[in-house]
Ligand binder design. Structure first.
Ligand code: SDX
Length: 436
């Protein structure tokens, strides 16, 4: 990254401090340039201040590019629209992990590798039994994925590329089994083992809904819709959960522990938990006539209510994933004969009204990936509590690709941000008898 022609920005310190400190400006292949401030503290004695990292690039990456102003999302240069309509999830997973679309033979080898890693160590079944049946699936996933680090000691040499490859296959392959079994455990049904003759999405539906008493036929419409949802959630640059995975991984921790931390971060309602919150919000609104009141509440600073599924740190335009999902929602509901699903018209009307409202227009608040995904998943018969678990299942490939990139990046070191200290200055200890 640093072998670029010198382009400098000068920091002039008006109060005569370290005047005229100069910093290199680095250029990526597309997108904003960055000011390389690695020497800032050494040259000026000052830190930058950027809570929430709104203007901070934490790393360089070749995996995903987002243009928030234009609503563009590329994975290794391919548009999300093309990938969602012309590819399938395991092909996109290969692209995200290895950087190129696979040839026929590369694809076959990758699919085979994932397929033959989908089973869990039988001891892991016991882990589920420690939970109450009503445990949230995300809590179960955080625990069981983290526990994988106790089952694969030989994968803990993260500097060995072959170890990293095996861990990558294991996580992409086993997280769907863990997610489906979290659901099975919650409804008191026996675990369904993966089947090697099914596609990735078909296998997940099979593990979710098959029971030992009868043959389960996977609905191809649902499988295709689910595969597309997986593609749309696969990776998304340095979002909160991906940054969590990178930060945990930067200390050399197990990739299974790092992915478990990513799942924990994704669970929050401001992040991946929003898809579950959107369906709850739409159900609470209940009718299009209640939309004006909800919009008013979302704008009221004294009301914690927010329009879930709206707004995004990066997109100041329509989230391209939301556009694909909105079309997919119509298709899936029609194909399932559920065109009269009450949530879709409420979502469409809410979107229409919000996008005409000054508050949302001024703040460039558009529907994001979570706004329509829940409507599709609900129509497919997937319980709301599993929505974020499905997001985590799909995002695992992005997290593990970003983790690999971080481990291989010669410029990366353990993440250790600084702070602006606003606490008490040094003071003498006061014995308890003198504390008044
Ligand atoms: C995901 O980062 C990623 O890439 C994430 C993700 C991925 O694929 O990994 O895309 C997935 O997490 C999508 C986001 C899902 N979350 C939600 O839908 C929850 C609702 N959205 C908000 O909580 C919010 O928009 C965030 C968290 C998504 C973004 O918040 P920011 O960037 O910190 O922006 P902000 O909270 O400072 O909001 C700016 C303004 C504020 O008003 P003012 O102080 O300027 O008056 O917009 C307002 C906010 O109050 N605002 C909203 C709003 N979102 C922002 N007002 C009402 N409803 C909302 N949804």
């Amino acid at each position: 990254m640093t072998d670029q022609p010198e382009k400098l920005v000068t920091l002039t310190d008006r109060d005569g401090g370290n005047a005229n400190a100069e910093f290199p400006v680095l250029e990526g292949s597309i997108g904003p340039e960055v000011i390389d401030i690695r020497k800032l503290y050494g040259q000026t004695g000052r830190f930058t201040y950027d809570p929430g990292f709104t203007s901070t690039a934490s790393c360089s990456s070749k995996i995903t590019f987002i243009d928030g102003e234009e609503g563009v999302l590329l994975h290794r240069g391919y548009s999300i629209e093309d990938l969602a309509t012309k590819s399938d999830f395991l092909e996109v997973a290969y692209l995200i992990l290895f950087g190129e679309l696979p040839t026929e033979s590369e694809r076959a080898k990758f699919v085979n590798g994932v397929t033959y890693h989908t089973m869990l160590h039988e001891q892991i079944n016991n882990l589920f039994r420690g939970f109450r049946r009503d445990a949230h699936p995300m809590a179960v996933m955080v625990a069981v994925v983290g526990a994988l680090s106790a089952f694969y000691h030989e994968d803990l040499d993260i500097n060995d590329p072959h170890n990293r490859l095996i861990a990558s296959y294991r996580l992409v392959a086993k997280v769907p089994t863990i997610a489906a079994w979290a659901y099975k455990y919650s409804v008191g049904q026996p675990f369904t083992y993966p089947r090697n003759d099914l596609s990735y999405a078909e296998n997940f539906l099979h593990m979710m809904f098959a029971v030992p008493c009868e043959e389960y036929k996977v609905n191809p419409v649902l499988a295709k819709a689910l595969d597309r949802i997986f593609i749309l959630h696969a990776d998304h640059e340095q979002n909160a959960s991906t940054s969590t995975v990178r930060l945990v991984g930067s200390s050399g921790a197990s990739p299974y522990a790092a992915i478990s931390a990513g799942i924990a971060s994704l669970w929050g309602p401001a992040h991946g938990g929003a898809n579950e919150a959107v369906v709850s919000m739409l159900s609470e609104i209940g009718s299009t006539k209640n939309i004006p009141d909800s919009i008013a509440r979302a704008k009221d600073k004294n009301d914690p209510f927010r329009l879930m599924g709206f707004g995004h740190r990066v997109y100041k335009n329509y989230d391209p994933r939301a556009s694909v999902l909105r079309e997919s929602a119509h298709e899936v509901l029609a194909e399932l004969g559920k065109e009269d699903d009450p949530l879709l018209p409420i979502a469409m009307e809410l979107e229409k009204i919000a996008l005409e409202d000054e508050y949302f227009v001024e703040r460039k608040l558009f529907p994001n990936v979570d706004f329509y995904s829940g409507i599709i998943l609900k129509a497919m018969g997937i319980p709301t509590s599993m929505f974020t678990a499905i997001f985590a299942l799909a995002r695992t490939v992005g997290w593990i690709a970003q983790w690999n990139e971080m481990v291989e990046d010669p410029e990366q070191k353990i993440g250790r941000p600084r702070q602006l200290y606003t606490g008490p200055k040094k003071r003498e200890f006061v014995p308890i008898d003198d504390r008044g």
